[in-house]
Write a protein that binds this ligand. Structure first.
Ligand code: YYY
Ligand code: MG
Length: 140
């Protein structure tokens, strides 16, 4: 498929730390297009759906608690191979080993908490992108 859409979240740590502009700048500088954005406070039901693949994992409860700790910026980002491309911009899940040059590698660190605060979420495949976009932006 040519053009893809992916769901990106700037997590509460990114909003709190004033990194929304920097993160959106990187997405735009890469050449992707913003299709929709919304700043919102996610409720537990939305987050349980969003993180359904992680049901039963030990980090799910602290993850949902963290994701409810403040507003998140949800974005739909579009471009050729945008799903893989944003994952590449974001870097590895663990910010300690995420490569410099990536959002997580440059801007996040391990705070020694129960959950990894790594600034951003990006859909990990076409199926999850479609599911997550429908969840966060039902009108799209
Ligand atoms: O897709 P990505 O965000 O890179 O990682 P996932 O494996 O989907 O995990 C979602 C989210 O959960 C991750 O961004 C941080 C947190 N997490 C964690 O705190 N501890 C882990 N061992 C794995 C994930
Ligand atoms: Mg994931």
């Amino acid at each position: 498929p040519a053009t893809q859409r992916t769901l990106v979240l700037v997590k509460p740590d990114g909003v709190r730390r004033g990194l929304v502009g920097e993160i959106v700048r990187r997405i735009e500088a890469k050449g992707y297009t913003l299709v929709a954005t919304e700043l919102r406070e996610a409720d537990e039901a939305l987050l349980a759906e969003h993180y359904a693949e992680h049901a039963g994992k030990p980090f799910l409860t602290p993850l949902v608690e963290f994701m409810r700790s403040g507003p998140v910026l949800a974005l739909v980002v579009e471009g050729h191979r945008a799903i893989e491309g944003f994952r590449s911009l974001a870097g590895a899940t663990d910010p300690t080993v995420a490569l410099p040059g990536t959002i997580r590698g440059d801007l996040a660190r391990d705070w020694g908490l129960k959950v990894i605060q790594n600034l951003v979420h990006g859909s990990d495949g076409e199926e999850s992108a479609a599911r997550e976009i429908a969840l966060w932006f039902p009108a799209l």
